[in-house]
Design a protein around this ligand. Sequence first.
Ligand code: 5GP
Length: 212
Amino acid sequence: LENFRGIYMKTKKKGLFIILSSPSGAGKTTLAKKLTKNNKNIELSISYTTRKKRPLEKNNKDYNFVSEEEFIKLKKKKYFIEWAKVFNNYYGTSFVNVKKINNKGKDVLFDIDWQGAKQIRKKFSEYVVDFFIMPPSILELRKRLLRRGQDKINIVNKRMKMAFTEMNHYKEYKYILINDNFMKTVNKIHMIIKSERNQKLNMIQIKKNFKN
Ligand code: 5GP
């Protein structure tokens, strides 16, 4: 029993890669913020983007806002674990940032689209826990995009179209949650993460130890 406890303590430090994807406006960003605030063991990976900063956003906090030229330079240097072009803008996840979080023994939270999720899954499948967050309805999605008020109306319409493209990929995710009640969704995600921490990594580590 002592040995098993030792193994458990070791693996607890490894950290999961938690992916949250959803159409823009399903409440994902608020969810991501709440999850990291409530749980000191989870840290958000701050992406790089060439998108224009929205009025309420802060550089280096919501995104690292960079020019297209800078992004392409970084991409060429293989700076990103994954990157994608979404809605005419580039988005990418820094390898260094993820490594930093992972080295602290924390879980990394990725707020990325289906293209990014696919790349992370391919490279780190055993660490990945992936969620697709669905808005309660199409009408609610539109309302939320309008309420956000940070985007112009033609952008909202384009984002609605993008939402359908994104939602076509929900089946690629292990967990699909309908975000009709914010706190319930937060609690569900916490519960699943807790369970996943116990399942995957520990079992992998125990298996390795038995082989030796
Ligand atoms: P927004 O412009 O509304 O902040 O984000 C648009 C979409 O890009 C969202 O689906 C968001 O999850 C996604 N996204 C944000 N950062 C990244 C990233 O680093 N990589 C990928 N692949 N998608 C991202």
